[in-house]
Write a protein that binds this ligand. Sequence first.
Ligand code: GDP
Ligand code: IMO
Ligand code: MG
Length: 422
Amino acid sequence: MANIVLVGAQWGDEGKGKIIDVLTENSDVIVRSQGGNNAGHTVFVGKTKYVLHLIPSGILRGGKLCIIGNGVVIDPVGLLKEIEGLVSMNIPVNGQLFISQSAHVVMPWHKQLDILKETRKADGKIGTTKNGIGPTYSEKADRTGIRMVDFVEPNRFKALLKERLEEHNKNFLANGMEALDFDTIYATYSEIAAKIKPFVKDTVILLHEAWKQGKSILFEGAQGTFLDIDHGTYPFVTSSNTTAGGACTGSGFPPNHIDKVMGVAKAYSTRVGGGPMPTENSEISDLLHGLGREFGATTGRARRCGWHDAVITRTAVMINGIDELALTNLDGLDTVETVKLCVAYECNGIRHEYVPADITVLEHCKPVYREFPGWKTPTTSARSWDDLPENARVYLKALQEECRTRLSILSVGPARDETFTV
Ligand code: GDP
Ligand code: IMO
Ligand code: MG
């Protein structure tokens, strides 16, 4: 029975949802501790595709305790839609899903501000999901946010809404935008609040009790290491700590009860939105998009694609303390003639083994590649290391060494069973 933190080792969309779903078989409690519905975690159960944005992917297994922790920012409209969507697909949530009282609520002005800020930028657009994530975390840090505990108490919500709207409307009107209407928002949101209220709990105590009973707890990271507000390619990042430490601050679970940190990475790299990506490559982007792969689960945008960047993964191993790596989408490289692996960066005559924190340096880094002959054989039916073509094993061994970690899970297709341990 282990308590595991699972984090994305790249720029998000590494296949965390799928790996969480596989690991959930042996877990009792699944916790989201940061991010919001900017996340899109895809899980296939049989032929049915589910995309979860706020609710832990563990909900799909049935009988698991699923917690949305204090570090998550929750859009009530999105949450209710997700709950109702699951219920309509006969996935029960009552008695299984619990939401932290302290989680902050995404309100309409947060989404409006997110859109406004992005549209105003001529260059350097972050390419946010426009879900109001940044503005909600900003207000949380400014101590002017609305938390679940306030949201589900009608009088408290009413007073806070009035106060916050007055301030935001002044700003919107000054910028030639329409003011938001108190009555409309109050009517819609208080109706949603009443529906969400039964799920709202002190999840710190709930989690602690589960731990005391010896339950195994799985923390489902959202986004990825290089979208982390502190360790990512700032300012092209999200607004939360996506790295392993975020699992503790975002849930109230103590660090000394964590047994293992697992990273998830793709056999290649992807990124959605702006910001540096040293191994970005049009050949591999065209190949994957041509196969109908690598379109965003939340926004539908085409993801930027490139070769696996071991500098990125190696740095993620260092920051998160990744004990084991789950590598997904190996099958995406099945038709490639020569597979490249970035093992270092070169910038103005200096070799970098770790990602430089200075984005102006990173933007000028050129990848140093090791090349491997492709295996040019489908890998999706492989169910063990020995089933893999020899060239794939050579590539994976090199990747493991270059990333300075241990490969523990390989994923060769989107389905649950297209996975094996190494
Ligand atoms: P997450 O945000 O990290 O959960 O990842 P996403 O769900 O946004 O994106 C990962 C995509 O890769 C989804 O479409 C998954 O169904 C798919 N996927 C995950 N692992 C594999 C794999 O090994 N092979 C293939 N073909 N698809 C995979
Ligand atoms: P999952 O959990 C990939 C990216 C956005 C944008 C930046 C900031 O599915 O891996 P935000 O809306 O958070 O302010 O956008 O972060 N981004 C993601 N990219 N996967 C995600 O989540 C992401 N969540 C945010 O594209 O570049
Ligand atoms: Mg995703």
